[in-house]
Design a protein around this ligand. Structure first.
Ligand SMILES: [Zn+2]
Length: 439
């Protein structure tokens, strides 16, 4: 469905396409696979014929979009990296789009330089509204819900939305953690939302504050989280405290919402009509349940196509169908950012969630926050924020567990600190690999 013709016909097309996207959630796996493949083929053709960047990439690899006949063939297209995007903005913008008239979005740049993405208004609408609302409505969001979205920084759009009468009627409020957690918590207690959308680390802080002040928490219908790895412990604490389910969303600034959890909590449903996700291990497509790099292709963005983007996250997939009835395929688990894996001298890699478990278990209740950092191949620092129940015996037990995991000869430094600072991006990272250039 191309966007051409007059304003009215474009408006009708947008509406029809929105309905089409909304209806996809009820389609069968077979139908969805067909739709996804058709959209992928169209995207490859479009990117090749409309951007200098992908024309060159395909030509250099000596392939054309027609050579891609099955998902396996996608491996022949070289990945697109963050560094390439940063160097080639002009070559990546599709013919017919004026960079200055596009919606500009900047990634947080937690590992270095920020990346800028350019979206045309129509793709932006599908990505920011249609796909985001579709999953939430599936999970039970109603028009009558009062939603509070807690973010690190408010954009101009967010501030405008806070002033808009429509938002006040529909009950959507944006709060910023630039104000203290105390202020955010007090505002929450006043607004009494039915839905909160926030990062897990901020939710944990809010729980801590409300508990400390002995205030009865308001009744929530659901919590949505994103941007950070949601650990099982955080899920348990937050769900238990607010007595409602938490639905985690996996996405990034480049592609927006990629996958989302449903009430069955069996993994993350991929928005298969918005993104094509590949799981790549050692240059081949990974097997089911195998930990792999995620390589993602946007099926929706027209102004700046993104094909086989190596987004530096890792995860595993499953062919299982979810019991919720939605047949969007599943990412079984997001295992973490590639940069947060610990890489050991013997060549093995340790996923962040494994490290988290080993540290958390012996120190349950004895610490309120922690961070594990790999400084070099055999040097690790563990920062702990102790509670009054902290004891040396548990610390020793944790260190013994870590030694078993990381190797007997590594140096493990324990630092007791008052708090763990957030990254420049505003995100809180529990596990942090500071060593680069591992292969
Ligand atoms: Zn499901």
């Amino acid at each position: 469905m191309e966007e051409h013709g007059g304003k009215v016909s474009r408006g009708i097309q947008k509406m029809l396409k929105t309905f089409w996207y909304l209806r996809n959630i009820k389609k069968s796996k077979k139908e969805l696979e067909k739709i996804q493949w058709r959209l992928l083929k169209k995207t490859l053709d479009y990117a090749y014929n409309n951007t200098e960047f992908y024309k060159n990439k395909f030509d250099r690899a000596n392939i054309s979009p027609d050579d891609i006949k099955n998902p396996e063939d996608m491996l022949r297209i070289p990945v697109t990296t963050k560094e390439e995007i940063q160097k080639c903005y002009d070559e990546m913008i599709a013919k017919g789009y004026d960079k200055n008239k596009l919606v500009k979005m900047t990634t947080s740049g937690s590992t270095g330089k920020p990346t800028i993405l350019y979206f045309d208004k129509i793709s932006h609408f599908y990505l920011m509204k249609v796909f985001k609302y579709r999953s939430k409505v599936f999970n039970g969001l109603k028009f009558s819900d009062r939603i509070v979205n807690i973010r690190e920084e408010l954009t101009e759009d967010n501030e405008r939305a806070n002033r808009r009468l429509f938002n006040r009627i529909t009950g959507l409020t944006y709060l910023t953690t630039r104000e203290s957690i105390e202020v955010v918590s007090k505002k929450l207690l006043k607004i009494k939302p039915t839905v909160i959308y926030s990062r897990p680390s901020d939710l944990m802080e809010i729980v801590k504050y409300i508990k400390k002040e002995c205030i009865k928490p308001f009744k929530l219908k659901m919590i949505l989280s994103s941007s950070e790895l949601l650990t099982e412990n955080e899920r348990h604490v937050i769900e238990y405290f607010f007595r409602c389910k938490i639905y985690d969303i996996y996405g990034n600034a480049e592609l927006k919402e990629i996958a989302w959890q449903c009430h069955e909590n069996q993994g993350y449903h991929i928005n298969v009509d918005a993104v094509f996700v590949e799981f790549v291990k050692d240059g081949r497509h990974a097997k089911e349940h195998e930990d792999a790099d995620l390589v993602v292709t946007s099926l929706c963005t027209r102004s700046m196509p993104l094909i086989r983007y190596a987004n530096e996250d890792r995860g595993v997939y499953t062919n299982r169908l979810c019991a919720c009835g939605c047949e969007f395929s599943l990412i079984e688990k997001i295992t973490g950012r590639k940069a947060d894996y610990f890489h050991l001298k013997n060549g093995e890699s340790v996923a962040p969630h494994v490290t988290i478990k080993i540290i958390r278990y012996p120190l349950e209740g004895k610490i309120s926050q922690f961070q594990a950092i790999q400084k070099s191949k055999d040097r690790f620092t563990i920062k702990l924020v102790p509670t009054e129940k902290y004891e040396k015996k548990s610390e020793e037990k944790m260190v013994a567990g870590l030694r078993k995991l990381l190797g007997g000869n590594v140096s493990i430094k324990i630092e007791l600190v008052r708090n763990i600072p957030k990254e420049r991006s505003g995100k809180y990272r529990i596990v942090k690999g500071e060593v680069r250039n591992f292969n």
